[in-house]
Ligand binder design. Sequence first.
Ligand code: SF4
Ligand code: SF4
Length: 345
Amino acid sequence: MLKKTAIENISQLAAVLMEKGTLLAPVKEVSCHNFAEISDPQKVDLKFYNTLMSPKSAFFPHREDFVKYKVGKPLSEAEHTILNLKPAFLFGVRPCDVKSFEIMDIHFNAAGIIDPYWRARREATTIFGYAYDINQPVDSADFYNTLGIYAADPEGSDIFMVKKDKELLLKSITPKGEKLLAELSALEKASSGDEKYYEDYIKKGKDYKTRFTCVDSEVIAKKIESIFDNTDFWTKMSAACLSCGICTFSCPNCYCFDICDDTLFGKGTRSRVWDACMFTDFTLEASGHNPRTQVYQRLRQKVSHKYSYHVRKYGVISCVGCGRCTRQCPVNIDIYSIIEAALKA
Ligand code: SF4
Ligand code: SF4
């Protein structure tokens, strides 16, 4: 099913979705766009390239409280957080970010222990993917083509959206999306011309080129492993790194976290908070020993995890080429260039 709306009427669509549940969509901040829970439908703003932070926080919030407890009281009296989720709509997600959810599902919703918080949010959420504007230049940091992802790739979305001049075309991809789209009577029926435009746009999306290097996951995984002890290589790659961690916090596929107990006046909260392998104390052990005191060891870990260990363990690279880590890095460290250099090392 294909429907459409004028982009200037997007707030009407937002208002309808807000009546049905929680709407998370891009909003303009001082100098960027980010996903936020919408309380005013006028705030939804689709005039963005991509958000500064990835949409992973829709399923994996920066801080998640699990248990509230009282010091000295038995665990049976602790209050566990129960998620009473309304249906949620994650609106305007770029194709590379949609792909990242599938990779994150491996950790939170497939392998090992299922994370009930991630799973509940994933099940409650309908994803509105949003094609990049192929009439605008590609950002030089992006390299999602290298990971087999295209600018107008509907895979993984429930509903996929394409901009057509001053209109937005919305196509159902999954049964969940089909059901929702059928209910959205505020949208207009698309014409056969719109159908053709949509199909052509998906095809043209494959010609919208980001940076590309031929990366076979098995080859790069072995290559990265083979240069593990090449300290000169990793020192050169990490020479400017400040260990600030924004490359990991903004990454849609970084999922390291810490579990913290905050206790005050006998009352405590156990929470999960984001952590990052680029932080100096990430591997600090209780004994005081830290196996990764050097910046090069931490950058090596980040790159090796994504492009080698993750491939070895799960068969897929843990990066979607969204370019955020490069755009956000204060000293211009570029993971794509590191991968290119590693292939030649
Ligand atoms: S490593 Fe960088 S390019 Fe790859 S998914 Fe993370 S932020 Fe995007
Ligand atoms: S964003 Fe750049 S400087 Fe900061 S930790 Fe990552 S690589 Fe280092």
